[in-house]
Design a protein around this ligand. Structure first.
Ligand code: MHF
Ligand SMILES: O=c1ccn([C@H]2C[C@H](O)[C@@H](COP(=O)(O)O)O2)c(=O)[nH]1
Length: 263
């Protein structure tokens, strides 16, 4: 069983057993627990669920849309064949001043890469999408909103802070795509991936996802070993990376589990 399955399913199980039931903005009530944490040693294995199919390429494309294209334009994501943001697209085709917009606005990725290369012992390496001034002009306030970075020896460590985590849909994407980000940032900085810690403030299961997640829990004993993430040798420039530069070797999984997204 992959470390991702073990830690993710432990949280799912805890929420189903002890979660607090309440309604929220979407009108679809959730069971929730505060302060759930997953931690992966990326030198040992890549975190992706095997107890259901995770659309890896889609998750990577969404990541590159935010971090590389630094875009808020949903049409650019659609042009890559990804439709997970369609419901939040405004009339102008964007999600407002959200996500990639905030990375571009302050050159946050360039600053991070520069610090990692020139002052790796800095304790000030943070990329944050949480911009109080711009919050009113965002179609959705960022959920996985902050990363904190550390270099120990040749290892690059990263903590992802997520204020709100949809365990059925968002979290399986987020844990995997940010692990890819650590691999990619490490590669272009001449480092190796290290510890990846994923903190979720409000980890929730939408009521209409309970059956699918219970079915996933039952697949536990058939879970597979984690696949290996491969990054093309010639990746040196973050801005030149394409979705084909990363792939999984040996991704065995137990098949798709459909869930409806709460809007
Ligand atoms: N309620 C909610 N949950 C989320 O996870 C979420 C939002 N809203 N709003 C913004 C984005 C959109 N996200 C989404 C939306 C849909 C899928 C989804 O349908 N995933 C399918 C596969 C999709 C595909 O292959 O294209 C899945 O089975 O994982 C995933 C993440 C994550 N975020
Ligand atoms: O990357 C993402 C983006 C969104 N989500 C989920 C978390 C919540 O279920 C909704 C957002 O609703 P809020 O009321 O703004 O918290 O989207 C996610 O898990 N990951």
């Amino acid at each position: 069983m992959s470390a991702a399955d073990t830690q993710y399913l432990a949280i799912v199980e805890r929420i189903l057993k002890e979660g607090y039931y309440a309604n929220n903005r979407t009108g679809v009530p959730t069971y929730k627990l505060a302060h759930q944490i997953m931690q992966f040693d990326l030198a040992k294995e890549f975190p992706i669920l095997t107890t259901k199919f995770v659309a890896f390429k889609t998750a990577v494309k969404e990541l590159l849309w935010i971090w590389q294209k630094q875009s808020n334009d949903v049409r650019e994501l659609q042009a890559m064949g990804v439709h997970v943001w369609d419901e939040w697209m405004r009339e102008d085709g964007t999600i407002g001043k959200a996500y990639g917009y905030q990375i571009k606005k302050y050159k946050q990725l360039d600053n991070l890469l520069h610090m990692l290369k020139t002052d790796p012992q800095s304790r000030r390496m943070i990329v944050t999408l949480w911009n109080i001034e711009d919050l009113p002009d965002m179609a959705l306030q960022p959920c996985a909103y902050e990363t904190l970075w550390d270099v120990s020896g040749d290892r690059l460590n990263c903590m992802l802070v997520q204020r709100s985590g949809d365990m059925g849909l968002g979290v399986p994407f987020n844990m995997t795509q940010y692990a890819v980000l650590v691999h990619l940032v490490a590669k272009v900085c001449g480092l190796r991936p290290g510890q990846f810690t994923h903190v979720i403030n409000n980890a929730h299961i939408y009521e209409n996802h309970v059956d699918a997640l219970e079915a996933q829990l039952k697949r536990r004993h058939e879970a597979k070993e984690a696949p290996v993430l491969k990054v093309a040798d010639d990746v040196h420039d973050f801005y030149a990376i394409t979705p084909d530069d990363v792939w999984l070797e040996g991704y065995e999984h137990l098949g798709k589990l459909a869930m409806e997204v709460a809007i």
